[in-house]
Design a protein around this ligand. Structure first.
Ligand SMILES: *[C@@H]1O[C@H](CO)[C@@H](O)[C@H](O)[C@H]1NC(C)=O
Ligand SMILES: *[C@@H]1O[C@H](CO)[C@@H](O)[C@H](O)[C@H]1NC(C)=O
Ligand SMILES: *[C@@H]1O[C@H](CO)[C@@H](O)[C@H](O)[C@H]1NC(C)=O
Ligand SMILES: *[C@@H]1O[C@H](CO)[C@@H](O)[C@H](O)[C@H]1NC(C)=O
Ligand SMILES: *[C@@H]1O[C@H](CO)[C@@H](O)[C@H](O)[C@H]1NC(C)=O
Ligand SMILES: *[C@@H]1O[C@H](CO)[C@@H](O)[C@H](O)[C@H]1NC(C)=O
Ligand SMILES: *[C@@H]1O[C@H](CO)[C@@H](O)[C@H](O)[C@H]1NC(C)=O
Length: 469
């Protein structure tokens, strides 16, 4: 799979650094959000602030980087693999298997970000930090202590720390202050990862009934193809699991011979199937998710409205947040961003071939959404000097569909806030938040400013999920 590496890595050509963008059909865009980070498909808009504008405040929410399989998912992957045990494959798409070796060298690493090869999860967070220092470094005075926030998942914390090291460079140990916010349900609204008490986001009719047989029929075709050729006994679910195994191998090794065991059509269908979970279990197709996402979405509106000057602690200018896909997709859904409003995403085996349904374009590993408050000084016939909001999703400007009245297709601050407020769902009433859960998000406004959590203390536990250290 040389092609994967060639497209994704910077090539040094006679002294010039030339970064090649993956083409639209590159396999990295078909990994169902379980594989390495990819930028959102470009619409051609520039990332530089529009003419006459500067960024005066930035809020980011980022997913952890590429990781190993979770401890929950791993047994299924192993189960599919076990069906190939002791078989020999003299030729064809599984011939590589005779020499293939498993890549999870230490079962303790399940759940954690990967750390080797070009797609290492830890690397992408560090790189994001250095790139954002270049882009947003003007928002830091070089002296004040800047709080930043992570949910208490070990891999999310590590993402935050590596981002911080990238952003603050030699000042990380003195000027960054990591705040770790518990993922416990009783945090209620005061959380980066709010849980909807009354309506389990995973309980939607479609969500709880999603299955390979119905929604990914090509998996059975692939199973049949391999079974006939090799006398195997694979099911469609096994094919889905072997494809996941391939994608996670990319995260660990940067390449996987499994990629070629399946046809391009099968990858397209795999990718779409994975995206259905995002839509129906975490996104607009899940009412509980929209309510949970409304909490952080609402807090982001308050910050944008307050602006950079009102919050002295961090200069009020930078909010770097880290959590999970299952927390960020709901924020986008609550704000009505990225996904279309219509709810009838096909899950009967048909594929909606539009970028809006491609979860890779919304929340891949290390995916991130950035809200910029723009200070614009030029009057033009189309807009006046003032304050605008621009959304950037995975390094592409994402104009708000129903509000593009500012420079660079940004949206006037008041309009952005008004349209969002119309959409948000009241979390406490919709989710019937229990009395002993917290009702308001306050951690953004009362940050710690110590360095006590900036570094890992001691070893990372076996398959460690959460920690408050
Ligand atoms: C594969 O071969 C080994 C060694 O002969 C044996 O112990 C194991 O049970 C076999 N596995 C299967 C699934 O047949
Ligand atoms: C942090 O930055 C300040 C201002 O540039 C500098 O004086 C200080 O030495 C830096 N601290 C470290 C540990 O590099
Ligand atoms: C802030 O610091 C206090 C005291 O060390 C600690 O108990 C608390 O968990 C910290 N909160 C966050 C969000 O890091
Ligand atoms: C194939 O799997 C089915 C159940 O999934 C089982 O009933 C059958 O015995 C298996 N056949 C072989 C040849 O292993
Ligand atoms: C960033 O994290 C803080 C703390 O969890 C939260 O209040 C805020 O809403 C987050 N920002 C966004 C845009 O999610
Ligand atoms: C699947 O559902 C879509 C609408 O969601 C419909 O247009 C399409 O015809 C259906 N396909 C099949 C094979 O039933
Ligand atoms: C948004 O936050 C404000 C200020 O905390 C609060 O008054 C309002 O009820 C919240 N709205 C929703 C929909 O959560």
């Amino acid at each position: 799979m040389l092609s994967v590496l060639m497209w994704a890595l910077p090539l040094v050509v006679s002294g010039h650094l030339q970064v090649l963008t993956p083409p639209a059909d590159d396999i990295l865009r078909l990994t169902g959000t379980k594989g390495p980070y990819v930028d959102r498909l470009s619409q051609g808009l520039e990332l530089d602030p529009p003419q006459g504008c500067s960024v005066e405040q930035v809020i980011m929410v980022m997913r952890h980087g590429a990781r190993y399989p979770t401890a929950n998912a791993y047994p299924d992957l192993q189960g599919a693999l076990a069906k190939l045990e002791n078989k020999t494959f003299s030729s064809g798409p599984l011939q590589f298997f005779n020499d293939w070796t498993p890549y999870v060298d230490n079962l303790g690493w399940l759940e954690q970000e990967t750390f080797s090869g070009p797609y290492a999860g830890l690397l992408s967070a560090y790189q994001r930090g250095t790139e954002y220092r270049a882009r947003y470094g003007h928002l830091w005075d070089g002296e004040s202590i800047v709080p930043f926030w992570s949910s208490d998942s070990e891999r999310v914390i590590m993402t935050a720390r590596h981002f911080g090291e990238g952003f603050f460079g030699y000042n990380y140990s003195t000027n960054a202050a990591l705040n770790i916010v518990s993922e416990a349900e009783s945090q209620g609204a005061n959380s980066l990862t709010p849980v909807c008490h009354a309506v389990d986001p995973k309980s939607g009719d479609v969500c709880s009934n999603l299955n390979v047989k119905q929604s990914y029929p090509l998996a059975s075709v692939a199973a049949d193809r391999l079974n006939k050729r090799y006398g195997l006994n694979l099911t469609g679910d096994d094919v889905y699991n072997l494809q996941q195994l391939a994608v996670f191998e990319l995260n660990v090794r940067g390449d996987s011979p499994w990629l070629d065991a399946f046809t391009r059509d099968e990858w397209v269908a795999f990718n779409y199937y994975c995206g259905l979970d995002f839509f129906y279990c975490k996104g607009p197709g899940s009412a509980g998710s929209v309510a949970a996402g409304s909490v952080v979405a609402n807090a982001s509106l308050s910050l944008l409205q307050q602006g950079p000057s009102e919050h002295a602690q961090a200069g009020g200018k930078m909010y770097w947040n880290f959590s999970h896909d299952s927390d960020i997709v709901p924020i986008l859904a609550a704000l009505g961003l990225a996904y279309p409003d219509e709810k009838d995403v096909p899950y009967n085996g048909s594929i909606a071939f539009t970028a809006k349904y491609n979860a890779v374009d919304i929340m891949p590993m290390a995916g991130h959404v950035v809200f910029e408050r723009l200070h614009c000084t030029e009057d033009t016939p189309a807009w006046s000097a003032g304050t605008y909001v621009r959304v950037i999703l995975n390094e592409q400007v994402l104009p708000v569909q129903d509000c593009q009245n500012g420079p660079g297709f940004s949206c006037k601050l008041e309009d952005y806030i008004a349209r969002a407020k119309k959409r948000l769902v009241d979390y406490n009433s919709f989710c019937k938040t229990p009395d002993d859960w917290q009702k308001h998000l306050s951690f953004w406004w009362n940050p710690n400013t110590t360095q006590q959590y900036n570094y890992q203390k001691g070893p990372i536990g076996y398959q460690q999920k959460t920690t408050l250290e």
